[in-house]
Design a protein around this ligand. Structure first.
Ligand code: ADP
Ligand code: MG
Length: 731
């Protein structure tokens, strides 16, 4: 029996110990976080006031006050059973990093106490030499500091045998350069706030102190049984299947989306939610996605900074909890060929400190000048900086989605919906389309309720869609840290808000009445950016042609997309808004190109090993079966004079020949692959990236095709790699 088949018999759900129903969520939500309310309970009034001023106005607290907070945090954490603490940060690997230290401190021979000072809260110095820095520091001068980010609450991570206090921090070099994903995000929010305040002032808002971006990332993922995972070298090494024949049934019946959730999966979802709630992560929605065994979690939106931390934590939790259920959570953008990949729809909007959403159209958007102004500013941001948006989601995994006949396309465009498009069209070309009657859905049956329709319909194919009161950036990869895409959206919108504000000011100083000036600017910007608006099917061939005519970039390759980071205008913008320095952004360019090449190399080497150590041996065993069978037939025909059907003999020969040829193709192409890798060895990262995209990846696809052909004919007995039909249709 193939090991694959043995695994099949071992598959079972876990026996759940817990039988009591879940507690009321509000009774424990955030219990493992040192929230602002918890802090308030544990520190003096003065220190708490100082902390609040720090958060709202940026005036830092004293070291004594920091000591007081550190002590309170330690006492709170220890009372909950924590014995270690760590500065928790997000280096440029895209993951999170933690180095734990115990609270103990020596007080005398053989004696310790638990202690935690303000200094240790505020600053840490992990040995930073092994984190990517993109050349910002040489390894011999590898000082890197973590610095407390007080805007994100500390939290406690539990494992069976202990608890650790985690303090969200940023990660910087000795000279203060950002070595992480979080600092640029924080900086971009500051830039956005300033720009938005400048615009709001024109509209007469004097009492707005701060504007920030809000974000709700919808997280897609796959779950498969751990026994199968363990037998797939490709999933273990690369997160995706490098070979594997599609099963006859995939997603074509559309019977998975929003389908009944299997009990085993539902149990996993309950536990993830419970763990998330303890950490104050407001997980809200859960459902089956389109592909078999694909699912989604969506949280209630939060301030971007917190949302980014929470998304990282949620991804960690999902992976951890899955293992407890004998499942593995796959966050890769394209774990399985032939069915949908996974993304992270980044819902993004702007809010002020009074709780107003700046992208709320209200009942009559055509009269809402401020909304229209912000709306066209976002349109312009996407139009002018489409290249940076594309770059912000460029990575090896996502390359399987963007521009590869997958959702969404690599062409960046914006969907506004009928109503808003109509309003902007009316303004730009004086047409008189009827818009904005609040539509009531009347089902015409007395037993069914009447309800208000949304102002926009949906367009699932758009990479940047307006959905009611927020934009949805759908091109983000499912495994990606969302900090960078948010930082880019924030920055380009800040730049655009400034642009629009300048235009309005100019028109007003030219003697125009304010309202007329705004209408004129909105109309002008809407007209100038018309090319970025697309309401049709983004997956269609026609759109590719149409976009080309419009001159919109369509970049399928990761490395080419990343070149946007090296463009003079882009660097100037990031420097102007103090989100990245030139060095920081160039460093990121180098890291991301390098990472791309490393990922592809790992995939190629894994494929090579799988082919040689698993696919070929299994194929040869099967070929041997065919050879024995054939020689037996020929032998019997001769010795026992059995009159076999000639065509049957030919068929046997043909089948054997086919298998032998396939084995040969696979081996020949795999040797080519090794040669290509050797050839790439001497190249610079950029050239490697190009070569991998143009030649290595197609070659891997080619090998896969032949391997999959073999999988379809080789006896089940001999094939050891779990098949799609097994991994994707577990009960
Ligand atoms: P959809 O429109 O995709 O069906 P929802 O209305 O449920 O879904 O919203 C999807 C996500 O968008 C949720 O995470 C939600 O919290 C988030 N969202 C809603 N409003 C905003 C906002 N103003 N800013 C950012 N995210 C938002
Ligand atoms: Mg959505």
């Amino acid at each position: 029996m193939a090991v694959r088949q043995e695994a099949l018999f071992k598959i079972k759900g876990i026996d759940l110990e817990k039988v009591e129903l879940p507690k009321k969520v509000s009774s424990y939500f955030g219990e493992n976080t040192f929230s602002i309310e918890t802090m308030q309970k544990h520190i003096s009034k003065e220190t708490f006031e100082a902390f609040k001023v720090w958060m709202s106005e940026g005036k830092t607290i004293t070291l004594e006050q920091a000591n007081e907070i550190a002590n309170a945090m330690k006492d709170w954490a220890m009372a909950k059973g924590a014995t270690y603490y760590t500065h928790w940060f997000q280096p440029m690997t895209g993951l999170t990093a933690e180095k734990h230290d115990s609270f103990i401190s020596i007080t005398g021979p053989g004696k310790v106490i638990e202690k935690f000072s303000g200094n240790k809260l505020i600053q840490g110095e992990p040995d930073a030499s092994s984190f990517p820095s993109g050349g910002i520091r040489a390894t011999f001068e590898a000082r890197g500091y973590t610095a407390w980010d007080p805007s994100s609450p500390a939290f406690i991570i539990e494992s069976k045998l202990g608890k650790t206090l985690c303090i969200p921090t940023i990660f910087i070099s000795y000279n203060g350069e950002a070595l992480d994903k979080k600092l640029p995000l924080l900086r971009s929010d500051e830039a956005l706030s300033k720009a938005a305040l400048r615009l709001l002032e024109l509209f007469g808002h004097k009492n707005v102190k701060k504007v920030f971006s809000t974000c709700g990332p919808e997280q897609e993922y796959f779950l498969i049984d751990k026994n199968y995972y363990n037998l797939r070298q490709d999933l273990i090494m690369t997160g995706r299947t490098l070979v594997g024949a599609s099963s006859p049934k995939g997603q074509q019946l559309e019977d998975q989306y929003f389908g009944t959730i299997k009990e085993r999966v539902l149990n996993f979802m309950y536990e993830v939610a419970e763990e998330a709630y303890k950490l104050g992560i407001p997980v809200m929605t859960r459902h089956n996605e389109v592909a078999p065994h694909q699912y989604e979690f969506a949280p209630i939106f939060e301030e971007s900074n917190i949302a980014a931390d929470h998304n990282q934590l949620l991804m960690d939790l999902m992976k951890k909890v899955a293992l407890r259920h004998n499942l593995v959570c796959l966050l890769h953008e394209k774990p399985f060929a032939g069915i949908n990949g996974s993304g992270k729809h980044l819902n993004w909007s702007l809010a002020d400190n009074n709780g107003n959403n700046l992208l709320n159209p209200g009942d009559t958007p055509e009269d809402n000048l401020q909304f229209l102004t912000v709306l066209v500013a976002v349109l312009r941001a996407v139009y002018v900086h489409a290249d940076m948006l594309r770059a912000s989601v460029a990575m090896a995994g996502n390359e399987h989605r963007l521009g590869a006949n997958e959702a969404p396309p690599a062409i960046i465009s914006v969907f506004l919906g009928e109503q808003l498009s109509g309003i902007l069209d009316n303004m730009t070309n004086g047409a008189k389309k009827e818009v904005s009657k609040k539509n009531v859905m009347d089902l015409g049956m007395s037993r069914l309720p009447r309800f208000n329709k949304d102002t926009t319909d949906r367009n699932r194919t758009s990479p940047f869609a307006f959905t009611g009161c927020k934009f949805e950036f759908r091109a983000v990869g499912s495994s990606q840290n969302i900090s960078t895409p948010i930082a880019v959206v924030n920055t380009i919108v800040a730049e655009s808000l400034d642009y629009v504000a300048q235009m309005i000011k100019k028109a007003v100083s030219g003697g125009k009445d304010f309202k007329k000036a705004v209408l004129q600017v909105v109309a002008e910007v809407a007209k100038d950016t018309q090319k970025i608006r697309f309401e049709g099917n983004n997956y269609s061939e026609e759109w590719v042609k149409e976009a080309k005519k419009r001159g919109l970039p369509n970049v399928a390759s990761t490395c080419e997309a990343l070149r946007a980071l090296t463009k003079k205008e882009n660097i100037a913008m990031f420097e102007k808004y103090k989100v990245f320095t030139k060095e920081e952004i160039i460093a990121r360019y180098h890291i991301w190109v390098h990472t791309y090449t490393l990922v592809i190399e790992i995939e190629a080497n894994t494929l090579n090993e799988m082919v040689n150590a698993s696919v070929i041996p299994a194929s040869l065993e099967y070929a041997k079966l065919l050879e024995d069978n054939l020689s037996q037939i020929l032998h019997l025909a001769k010795t026992a004079k059995i009159k076999f059907d000639k065509k049957a003999i030919e068929d046997n020969k043909g089948h054997l020949a086919e298998v032998i040829s396939k084995i040969y193709y696979v081996r020949r192409n795999t040797k080519e692959l090794v040669k290509l890798l050797e050839k790439a060895g001497s190249l610079e990262a950029e050239d490697k990236g190009k070569l991998y995209f143009k030649e290595l990846k197609p070659l891997m696809e080619h090998i896969r095709k032949h391997v999959d052909d073999l999988e379809r004919v080789i006896s089940d007995e001999h094939w050891d790699l779990p098949k799609y039909r097994e991994m994707l249709f577990l009960k």
